[in-house]
Write a protein that binds this ligand. Structure first.
Ligand code: SF4
Length: 438
């Protein structure tokens, strides 16, 4: 392939900014105390705010998965019970602060891992804790992520329906049997069909994740994956590239699967095809990876990416969850240390960083290729000149368009959003990000 705008397609987990380094951002007792005190001093401003609850457990581990999660079988409901108790303590600790009492909540998201790995009683108890603790208005976007087999349990769907869940999403990744087997995806097609039937029966729209670049997934397999998801009239379809994170099973198998893994050129064609087919089928593109039917928009991913102006807040609860709250960015204790965190601490962040006004504006700049627009008014005076060489370089490569008020990625730029985001980082920040080329 010729005329690529970058020598490789950066596969980086650019979901959060600023980055929290374990070397420089360790949260000592004094820092956590200051954070907690700051939450008692004032009411939260009228910003968009996401509550994110992390359940880092899965029944099986998919070969490509780079998320923070552990395998745990059904026999371990006791561990899950203890985990939910710790979560509830964290949710309550935050809800009792002046800052968050009666604050505006724009969306709630249960992610993982596999949040539906919890028994229906634990799901019920956790959702009730959210409703008892925060002013979540009826109809607020409340998403619960699941896994196909655990979503077959109708008691769980009843709980989600009764407690105001508006979106149930799950990862199909691919409908192709062979690509599924090579990717370690255990649910069968019959499991997927039953799950979709149940979700429809309880009045939820299916929200599907698909992946391109999986082993054994040719361009025609990907086309058929997209067409099946469209045929199902999934309300949201997310499309993700397959990233060979070093700690994954797929990474270890990369040499053996060399002839099965799509090339960079094929992955670019797949991403292009995904955007085209979904838009042609009437979907609106919300962020670089999220597409929704016109009346089914959702906010969660945009809020994770800073909300467009870099100012959105994330109250993140659960092991290793990453949040941005009251001017602090934080990451929580890892699972083993997170259980019973409340016995020794006021709140469970392990890494923490006090953000400046510049950090928030930089968050808007870094994420604009992923939220598809940057209003120039979000940047401080002088930044457009400061970043002009990078911006003009992107314009020369037809990656962005500039108007008098905004910067926007072009269709070509959308294929390279993470590379573009990387260009706005300082060298020391870039070094913190995994560099993985296919
Ligand atoms: S179910 Fe989701 S979080 Fe769990 S291993 Fe598979 S991809 Fe990862």
């Amino acid at each position: 392939m010729t005329d690529l705008p970058y020598p490789y397609r950066e596969a980086v987990p650019l979901y959060f900014y600023p980055f929290l380094s374990p070397l420089t951002c360790q949260a000592d007792a004094a820092m956590v105390h200051n954070f907690h005190s700051s939450l008692q001093e004032r009411k939260a401003p009228d910003l968009d705010r996401l509550i994110y609850i992390h359940i880092p457990f899965c029944k099986d581990i998919c070969f490509f998965c780079g998320f923070y999660r552990d395998a745990i079988g059904h026999g371990n409901q006791e561990v899950l019970r203890a985990y939910v108790e710790s979560l509830k303590a964290e949710i309550k600790a935050y809800s009792e602060t002046e800052y968050l009492r009666k604050c505006k909540i724009s969306a709630v998201y249960f992610g993982g891992g596999t949040p539906t790995i919890l028994g229906h009683d634990l799901m019920d108890s956790l959702l009730r804790t959210i409703h008892d603790s925060f002013a979540v208005e009826p109809g607020t976007e409340l998403s619960y992520e699941g896994e196909v087999r655990t979503l077959k349990d109708k008691d769980k769907l009843k709980v989600l329906k009764a407690l105001g869940c508006t979106r149930v999403s799950f990862g199909v990744q691919t409908f192709n049997e062979r690509a599924r087997r090579l990717s370690g995806l255990k649910p069968t097609m019959a499991d997927i069909r039953e799950c979709i039937d149940n979700i429809n029966e309880y009045g939820f729209d299916p929200n599907l994740d698909l992946m391109y670049g999986l082993p054994g997934q040719t361009e025609s397999v990907w086309e058929s994956d997209l067409k099946k998801a469209i045929e199902l009239r999934a309300a949201n379809i997310d499309i993700y590239d397959t990233v060979l994170y070093p700690h994954t099973i797929l990474f270890r198998q990369r040499h053996k699967l060399k002839n099965e893994l799509p090339t960079l050129s094929q992955r670019l064609t797949m991403m292009e095809m995904g955007m085209r087919l979904l838009v042609d089928a009437g979907y609106t593109q919300e962020t670089i990876e999220d597409f929704h039917l016109p009346s089914k928009g959702y906010k969660m991913k945009r809020l994770v990416y800073g909300g467009g102006d870099g100012r959105s807040e994330i109250l993140a609860c659960g092991a290793a969850a990453v949040g941005v709250l009251n001017g602090y960015s934080y990451r929580n204790l890892t699972p083993q240390k997170y259980l019973n965190w409340w016995e020794n601490r006021k709140l469970p962040p392990e890494l923490m960083y006090r953000m400046t006004d510049e950090d928030f504006r930089k968050r808007a700049l870094v994420f604009f290729p992923k939220v598809l627009e940057l209003k120039k008014e979000c940047l401080p005076f002088g930044w457009l000149e400061q970043y002009r060489p990078i911006i003009d370089g992107m314009k020369d490569r037809q990656l962005i368009e500039e108007t008098s008020t905004s910067l926007m990625p072009t269709e070509k730029g959308m294929l390279w959003a993470d590379n573009m985001a990387m260009e706005f980082l300082e060298t020391r920040e870039q070094r913190k990000i995994w560099k993985i080329g296919h």
